[in-house]
Write a protein that binds this ligand. Structure first.
Ligand SMILES: [Zn+2]
Length: 243
């Protein structure tokens, strides 16, 4: 199911969403020790209606967005990587990666240090893979991952696998693991509110019989979610195998 609001201009340049579904009033940024670097695919930047990169940035005081595909010669990325004070990591799925869900607090702290920089690839799953394939500097980064136990609420964004998470859900999961590891002390309970509000807006939109995307089967599709598995297109960054 494709939920595209045709011809609707982006009106809010904060959250990059149409003004009718602007989520800025639900933004409540938190301070973290970890710095989050959101590497955003240009395609994702343009169709932020369904993306969560911008809202993730708005929710995190200590974060930034860098747009690109190949970051090998990206000045800002290299500035971060070349600064010896920083310890940088890439959040990326993979069995060999440092798995935050399985490690003890002391192991996490000795692996990551006190003020890690975490790079996230924000784009569809094929885009994220391509970004990493092209970016030689990012390939050198130590990788962290986690066992994804929460099921994405992002029902409007087709995911390549049922347990794929949006960028904001990935950061939320990561922050909670860093809290368990005594690396973060921030309050995360309201972190996903803008994301939940965005879903509410989208639900309202497709369930409204007055709009042209209305489908009487919408409810059923939303619950079963089966379609998303066969359409690998609009998805995001984090994927973990089902156990
Ligand atoms: Zn806004």
């Amino acid at each position: 199911m494709q939920v595209e609001i045709k011809n609707s201009r982006i009106n809010c340049y904060q959250c990059m969403r149409p003004s009718c579904s602007c989520i800025c009033k639900h933004i409540n940024p938190i301070q973290t020790k970890t710095r989050f670097i959101i590497l955003m695919h240009p395609k994702e930047y343009k169709r932020e209606k369904n993306g969560t990169g911008h809202m993730t940035k708005l929710q995190l005081e200590n974060s930034e967005i860098i747009v690109g595909i190949d970051f090998t010669n990206n000045k800002r990325v290299n500035e971060i990587l070349n600064d010896e004070k920083n310890s940088s990591f890439l959040l990326y799925p993979g069995k060999e990666n440092f798995n935050l869900s399985l490690r003890k607090s002391s192991e996490i702290i000795s692996f990551m240090g006190n003020n890690p920089y975490i790079f996230l690839l924000d784009g569809t799953w094929p885009c994220a893979r391509k970004m990493l394939k092209l970016s030689k500097n990012l390939q050198q980064l130590k990788r962290v991952s986690f066992d994804n136990k929460i099921k994405s609420k992002f029902i409007f964004k087709q995911q390549p696998a049922p347990l794929c998470l949006s960028t904001i859900e990935s950061v939320y999961t990561l922050l909670n693991l860093l809290k368990e590891g005594d690396l973060e002390y921030c309050e995360t309970k309201d972190f996903l509110i803008p994301f939940e509000k965005m879903i509410d807006y989208q639900l309202e939109y497709i369930l409204n019989p007055n709009n042209k995307n209305y489908s009487s089967t919408a409810n059923k599709e939303i619950i079963t979610k089966n379609k998303y598995k066969i359409n690998p297109q609009r998805s995001i960054v984090f994927e973990q195998e089902r156990k």
